[in-house]
Design a protein around this ligand. Structure first.
Ligand SMILES: Cc1cc2nc3c(=O)[nH]c(=O)nc-3n(C[C@H](O)[C@H](O)[C@H](O)COP(=O)(O)O)c2cc1C
Length: 196
């Protein structure tokens, strides 16, 4: 499996990177590879909502998002990693997802059926279900199928134990094999359907 990970935290050696490094070890142990990208290395503008992508041909902004999309398109698996800031997805992470909407509405981008994992990290023990589901929604809008959500909280002043880190290696090893997770957000009312 050829995976591509986008770390949207601007901290190069933060919690996200520590987790992703161990997922990578697991992916490699299973015979695959994982290319790690930092969003901060790319110059990406915010979506202007022009709607041109819905007519095909991609996004009119024609910025570095294309480089990221090319890499994702050439991969078998996408890992989206984001930190939680002020109780929500960090702004830069959300901006990337807003732009990814163009990938979902453009048939030429062929993102269909690509499996994806979401990695979220935060200080608090838990975050609002809506944040997880709304991130899931952003990924699904881009036509990806989420099959693993790695939600890691309780990180204030925390050092990962070796057992925990090895747990991420195990997840990386099995990443392709997880079942697709149903999307639970009611898009009209913005409520989370817990029956799914
Ligand atoms: C500006 C900012 C705001 C944050 N807000 C929250 C928050 O509201 N809730 C929370 O649990 N953690 C919050 N955090 C902590 C980060 O979510 C946490 O450190 C996360 O693991 C960062 O990921 P990284 O180490 O990969 O950069 C915040 C951190 C920063 C820098």
């Amino acid at each position: 499996m050829k995976a591509v990970t986008l770390i949207t935290s601007c901290r190069r050696n933060g919690n996200s990177k520590k987790i992703v490094d161990r997922l990578t070890i697991g992916i490699e142990d299973a015979g695959g590879s994982n290319e790690i990208l930092f969003l901060d290395d790319y110059n990406i503008h915010c979506c202007t909502g022009c709607g041109k992508c819905k007519q095909g041909g991609g996004c009119v902004l024609n910025d570095d998002l294309n480089e990221i999309l090319d890499k994702i398109r050439a991969s078998d698996y996408f890992i989206f990693s984001a930190p939680i800031y002020f109780g929500d997805l960090a702004g830069q992470s959300k901006m990337f997802l807003d732009r990814m909407g163009s990938a979902g509405s453009d048939p030429e981008l062929e993102m269909k059926e690509k499996k994806t994992a979401i990695v979220l990290t935060h200080f608090s023990d838990t975050i609002n279900d809506f944040v997880i589901e709304n991130t899931h929604r952003g990924i699904v809008t881009a036509n990806f199928k989420v099959n693993k959500i790695i939600d890691v909280g309780g990180l204030l002043g925390k050092q990962f134990t070796e057992d925990e880190l090895e747990g991420y290696e195990d997840i990386g090893y099995e990443l392709e094999d997880y079942e697709i997770i149903p999307h639970k957000l009611d898009l009209i009312n913005n409520t989370v359907d817990d029956s799914l």
